[in-house]
Design a protein around this ligand. Structure first.
Ligand SMILES: [Ca+2]
Ligand SMILES: [Ca+2]
Length: 434
């Protein structure tokens, strides 16, 4: 072998070995690649190649495909879901929240707007026991009342739960505990008020409470304080607690507070006078939010003014637009609004298809496989129930599941993630197939 040929061989080997390595090193793994590759939309061949390279090169294990909805199946079933009365023998007075305690008991807790909470056992579907009655301290009617219930993540050990209710012209967020002598009931005398703030009008009180599945902080929906069009401009004003989703730590206390501000709250330590409890703002009346723990997503439905109902995925520090925008339209000013920095809904629908959205849950139960991984929600006025398929970076797909004619006030899940909803005819329903 001549020296020249030898050198050429060496150069050739260098090219073969090093260039592809450089190319691989320069590949930016696409965080969506795993999700994209599982969607049945045909991709151009070149993209496919890049995606498979990204998967090989990624240090992260491929995301478990635990939530991929079967959209073909769901499309076939569109409109054919039926409503089933989950507890035909039980009738409640304006039920508007349904929670389980994550305590292994399998119990369901039904909240009545007037201030009572009942407990149900799946094994005894014809019986409901009174768990708590604070109706004497709740002002109820219209959008006021006992609006939210959340059990402490360690309820099984500490017996604590939290309520959101209106009293006079205030919202009260308070801690309660179970009765030491009768753990099947709550102690109405155990109330410790955590947070109290004024509500300028009777409507738009928010009311949802839920603990973050990972951070274990308490999230609170507040609403813009009411009236119409946010006359106090509260939702864009971060110096008050209205128009937000708040986040507080109920297990610690900062000086002068009954709770602590989490270290990573977006406005903690600000010098602009913003309330440090704010997690996200620019909301009108978030009527029901929930967590998709598998994706660490916070879903919030925001009730619209006259034109549009919103489904949002809430990000820390995000401004969700009200009252500059109603959905994707300008509201104030009515045209030419400055949309910079505002987060748009992931989905919206216009009146009169519905007039007041009721947010639900991403379904992870077993009974309805076609709905697995689908965000379920409804409209309180028209009674439609829809399912939203969402994957980051993909176009959302909305499916009509049922037209119920019911005033659907809330959704809830049991300890096995099966879905229920409450309606103002007094019943608790679930979804099924004929
Ligand atoms: Ca505000
Ligand atoms: Ca919005």
């Amino acid at each position: 072998m001549s020296k020249k040929i030898y050198m050429l061989l060496v150069i050739f080997m260098i090219i073969v070995l090093i260039v592809p390595a450089c190319a691989r090193a320069g590949t930016t793994p696409d965080p969506l690649a795993e999700q994209k590759s599982t969607v049945s939309i045909p991709e151009p061949a070149q993209q496919e190649e890049q995606q498979s390279t990204a998967i090989i090169e990624s240090d992260d294990p491929p995301e478990q495909d635990i939530t991929l909805p079967n959209l073909e199946k769901l499309a076939q079933l569109e409109g054919s879901f039926v409503v089933k009365n989950a507890f035909p023998d039980l009738v409640f007075d304006r039920p508007l929240d349904l929670q389980h305690a994550q305590d292994g008991s399998g119990r369901l807790f039904v909240v009545e707007q007037g201030g009572k909470i009942f407990v149900l056992h799946g094994q005894m579907p014809d019986q409901a026991q009174l768990f708590l009655d604070i109706s004497a301290r709740v002002d109820s009617g219209g959008e006021k009342g006992l609006l939210g219930l959340a059990f402490h993540p360690r309820f099984e050990e500490n017996g604590l739960f939290f309520l959101n209710y209106t009293q006079g012209s205030s919202t009260v967020v308070a801690q309660f505990s179970i009765d030491e002598d009768d753990p099947g009931k709550a102690d109405p005398g155990s109330e410790q008020r955590i947070l109290v703030f004024d509500q300028p009008y009777a409507n738009h009180n928010g009311g949802q409470l839920a603990f973050g599945p990972h951070d274990h902080y308490l999230y609170i929906a507040t609403g813009d304080g009411g009236g119409a069009g946010d006359p106090g401009q509260n939702s864009q004003d971060r110096s008050n607690l209205l128009g937000n989703i708040l986040r507080i730590d109920v297990d610690r206390q900062d000086p002068g507070l009954n709770y602590a501000i989490p270290d990573d709250n977006p406005f903690r330590g600000n010098t602009e006078g913003f309330r440090e409890e704010i997690f996200a703002y620019g909301l009108r009346n978030p009527w029901r939010f929930s967590f998709d723990a598998a994706h660490e997503r916070l879903w919030a439905a925001d009730v619209g003014q006259d034109r549009i109902e919103e489904i949002n995925i809430i990000e820390k520090g995000g401004n969700y637009g009200w009252n500059i925008m109603e959905g994707s339209l300008c509201f104030d000013p009515p045209s030419g609004c400055d949309t910079q920095g505002l987060k748009l809904p992931v989905y919206e629908y216009e009146h009169p298809l519905g007039k007041s959205v009721t947010g639900g849950y991403v379904y992870y139960g077993q009974n309805l496989p076609a709905l697995y991984g689908i965000y379920l929600y409804a409209d309180f006025i028209t009674g439609y129930i829809w399912g939203l398929a969402y994957s980051q970076g993909e176009e959302v797909q909305n499916f009509t599941l049922a037209k119920t004619g019911l005033n659907i006030s809330s959704f809830g899940v049991d300890h096995q993630q099966e879905i229920y909803f409450t309606a103002f005819d007094g019943h608790i329903y679930t979804l099924g197939l004929p």
